[in-house]
Each structure stands twice: as structure tokens, then as C-alpha cells.
Write a protein that binds this ligand. Sequence first.
Ligand SMILES: NC(=O)c1ccc[n+]([C@@H]2O[C@H](COP(=O)([O-])OP(=O)(O)OC[C@H]3O[C@@H](n4cnc5c(N)ncnc54)[C@H](OP(=O)(O)O)[C@@H]3O)[C@@H](O)[C@H]2O)c1
Length: 291
Amino acid sequence: MIRTCLLGLGRTGMVIAEELLKAPDFKLITAMARPNSPKKGKVLADYILGGSQLTIQSTDILADEVRRHQWDVAIDFTSPEATLKNARILAEHGVPMVIGTTGFNTMEVYELKNLALKNQVGMVYAPNISLGINLLLTIVKTISRLLPDYDVEITESHHRHKKDSPSGTALKIAHEIAAVRKHKNHKYIHGRKGMHLRDKSEIGIHAIRAGGIVGVHEILFAGESDEIKITHRSYSRKVFAEGALQAARFVIKRIGFFSMEDVIRAELEREAVSMEASGIAPLDYTGALEA
Ligand SMILES: NC(=O)c1ccc[n+]([C@@H]2O[C@H](COP(=O)([O-])OP(=O)(O)OC[C@H]3O[C@@H](n4cnc5c(N)ncnc54)[C@H](OP(=O)(O)O)[C@@H]3O)[C@@H](O)[C@H]2O)c1
């Protein structure tokens, strides 16, 4: 059983709690909300169907609780500020971490990476935790390489409560496209306004915040005579929970700073080995994530 601490009990955290309680290989030991949260002191069953009688705690006592429980893994879906505080404590105590929180700046990501390396602990930093989004990235990289002259515009839509924009995933998609195309001076254009003629090295990024949209990422490749549009649409937050559990299984056995691509690559390799062992010719995944 993977003894787990869950940090953040918001829209996504609660769904992860549900999946952790259902998963046969996980034991949810601790669930923490923010200090002064009205959820503190209540039990999970007050919030989720089939929830346990586990009492919700808050992260102000994380340093004490980590010594008491020494969890196998911690899953964090809070805010950048909270995650950084949590990561400093957890890394120092050798607890591997899955970080789903988005909205970090470059220096903050660098600090997370440093914490993992300095303390020799596993950390998965996964601003795009769903399998579907990662497959979309692979497809988008391939198209970018094959159609280098097509203009690219990325549009992402999320619910009205999402604070950071554009989404971490939209930025990741833009970075990957720029890297594949090897533009020397690529520019990310956030929204478009005023008098401005598009130039070849631009990648347009547009954010929509409305209602309860779970998450949509749409990438338009437009040439002079045709276009390709790739869309990923999350129907439910369960997709994030599945990714978080998969990343947790991965990170407990490793030391270092990893991405969701590393998690998926390991899963594909494991699947290939097990197919080979059962006498089935494995699918060739070579380069699947490198495209
Ligand atoms: N990686 C992905 O694919 C992915 C997918 C979905 C979401 N996310 C990211 O995950 C984060 C959370 O998303 P969400 O939709 O669940 O947001 P949310 O509903 O606003 O939840 C955030 C939660 O964090 C808690 N929190 C804030 N400060 C905290 C602290 N110091 N200690 C412990 N908990 C703290 C809040 O607690 P209270 O409830 O007590 O206020 C709240 O429950 C965001 O950064 C979001 O962008 C990432």
C-alpha cells in the first residue's frame, strides 16, 4: 500500500481523494487543506461520496505530521506559494512528491528542481497531468515538424475560478512547438489587439475563462490553403486524478526531477515488457514521445 498525503482539497484535490480511497494500492493517510480553511476538522465524508471518516488537517502542521507519518508520497494540488512551502518541508524529509499545481514562474520551477536534486528525492512536476494532453503534445510536435510554415494559434478554455492564465499546458505546448521549429526569436503573443501584422515566428496564445469548463486546449495550424485543428477536451477532473495516481506509483521508486512524459514513457516500457513476457509481439513505441 502506498501511504499517501494529499495536499489541497479544492475541485481537483477532492476528486483525487475519491480515487485514492477507491484504489487498492493506495492508503490515504492524511488530507490537508489550507490553514484556516473551513474544511479543517471536518471529515472527508462531509465532502465526497463514499468519503472516509479521515479528519481533514491543514498544512500549517505539515512539518510535525511528516515526522509522525513519513508518507511514501505526497500529492499536491494547491497554489504555487503553498506548493513551494510544502515542497521545502517534504523534500527535506525525503518524501517523494507529485506536483499538479500550475502557475509557477521559471525561478520557482528551478527551486522545485533544486529541492529534489539537493535532497535526493523523487519529484514529478506535472502541470499537464492527463494522458490525453501528453498524447496531444506528441501529435502537435509531429505536425509542427512536418508543417513548419503553418501559423500556430493556441486557444485554451477553463472554468471561471482558474487564476493563472494562460494555462501551464498552453505555455508548454507553445514551448514545445518553438523548440521543434528551432525559431531563433519566437514570440508568444498573448491575445491580439491593435495594429499588428502577424509574423512567422509568432505563436498566438488565447485564454478563455468561463463557467464550469473543466479544460479545453485547441491548436490551430493554418496554411494558405488548409488547416489542421487538434483539440483536447477534459470532461471530468477524474482524468487528473488518474494521472496523479500514475505519477505517484512512478515517483516512489525514483530519485530526481521528472515530468509526466517520463511517467508515460516508463508506463509504455513496462507494458512492452509485459507483452513480450506473455508472447505477444510488443508495439513499437520507439520515439513515440520524442516526435
Ligand atoms: N496538472 C494538471 O493537469 C492540473 C489539473 C487541474 C488543476 N491543476 C492545478 O491544481 C491547482 C488546484 O486546482 P483546483 O482546480 O483544485 O483549484 P481550487 O479548487 O482553487 O483548489 C485549490 C485548493 O488549494 C488549497 N490550498 C490553498 N492554499 C493551501 C495551503 N497553503 N495548504 C493546503 N491547501 C491549500 C485550497 O484550500 P481551501 O479549499 O481550504 O481554500 C483549495 O482547496 C491549480 O494550480 C490548478 O491549476 C492542475
